[in-house]
Design a protein around this ligand. Structure first.
Ligand code: SF4
Ligand code: SF4
Length: 341
């Protein structure tokens, strides 16, 4: 990609409005496409490739075969088994999705021009002001498109908006140096403290990530902007959800990130992305995994609070198994009382 293209256009997966999970207040989160890690549990598999990807939603397909005649690459085959997308042939042009009358074909990922994206997120300005929110860039890994990410945040900053960078930390120092000056805060993932486990579950050990984490902490200490960092740890059964891992991360925060980290979130695993894997024709090792029980999350939260990290900044987020059962029971009881809901 040319330098000009990298600062004026970016491949964006999705813009999510009214988010309360990606920083303080009500936020608009811009998900960049493309990731430098390949986490076994990834909840957004469609964000890993930087290229646009086609998906087919069978329940919307009316079987008209318009897409087959539109596709110049002969990448599509429709049979009783459903739509087969030959991903080796598909160029991601999106023409089939544009012509599909049932909206069964969707192209995930779109190239945005800088000015258009700025105008798009500024529409939500009224929500930011009253809630203390703003705009978060997430992914994927937004620093993969650092030139664009940097200029995008700068533009929002010049308009007085609060900005946040959500990063996995697996990126070049140069990319971080481009983006940090325009981020009011940083959300940084620490998934696994053990380098071997990190490599096993994400494809890379965590040496570069931890180096970058220390760099960001020093940067915050020596600059006005960004002013704070949140640490986020996904709680994944069989991978990150061990007392040794949580304890180790807590000790690292206590020893190296004092005065910089204002919140450490333990984010419960969810399995709502099963269908995403199916639509992308990808297997998922966690497809049969249940939500984590509330008692287990409580146990890990207690471990975190006794790890040496400031207990006042530690929070568990996300749905747990008990909450799900309670919700189901509530819905069943409402159905019994009032029929369909
Ligand atoms: S154009 Fe859309 S609705 Fe028609 S066969 Fe293709 S996917 Fe199905
Ligand atoms: S995105 Fe383009 S190349 Fe891919 S199946 Fe659709 S029309 Fe064919």
């Amino acid at each position: 990609m040319s330098k000009t293209a990298s600062t004026n256009t970016a491949t964006i997966l999705e813009i999510v409005r009214m988010s309360t999970e990606d920083g303080p207040g009500i936020r608009t989160t811009v998900f960049f496409k493309g990731c430098t890690l390949n986490c076994a549990w990834c909840h957004n598999p469609e964000s890993i490739s930087i290229h646009p990807q086609l998906q087919w939603v069978g329940s919307r397909c009316i079987g008209c075969k318009t897409c087959l005649s539109v596709c110049r690459e002969n990448a599509l085959t429709l049979s009783e088994a459903g739509m087969q997308i030959n991903r080796a042939c598909c160029t991601g042009c999106g023409e089939c999705a544009e012509e599909c009358p049932g909206t069964a074909l969707e192209l995930m990922g779109k190239n945005w021009l800088m000015d258009d994206l700025v105008v798009e997120v500024i529409k939500d300005r009224a929500y930011f002001g009253t809630s203390g929110g703003g705009v978060t860039i997430s992914g994927g890994e937004p620093t993969m498109q650092a030139g664009f990410a940097s200029m995008f945040l700068k533009s929002l900053r010049e308009r007085g908006l609060h900005t946040a960078l959500d990063t996995c930390g697996q990126c070049s120092r140069g990319a971080l140096e481009k983006v940090l000056p325009y981020a009011a805060m940083v959300l940084f993932d620490i998934k696994l403290i053990d380098p071997g486990d990190h490599k096993k579950f994400t494809g890379h050990d965590n040496r570069r990530i931890m180096d970058n984490l220390l760099f960001v902490a020093d940067y915050i200490r020596s600059h006005v902007y960004p002013s704070e960092m949140w640490i986020r740890t996904p709680i994944i059964p069989g991978a990150t959800a061990t007392s040794e891992n949580i304890s180790g991360i807590g000790q690292f925060i206590a020893s190296h990130l004092g005065g910089v980290v204002s919140r450490w979130e333990l984010c419960a695993f969810n399995n709502l992305c099963r269908d995403k894997y199916r639509r992308l024709d990808q297997p998922w090792a966690f497809a049969d995994e249940n939500l984590i029980s509330k008692s287990f999350i409580d146990e890990l939260t207690e471990t975190a609070k006794h790890s040496g990290a400031n207990p006042d900044i530690i929070f568990a987020t996300g749905a747990t198994r008990l909450e799900t059962l309670e919700t189901q029971e509530k819905q069943e009881s409402q159905q019994e009382v009032g029929g369909e809901i």
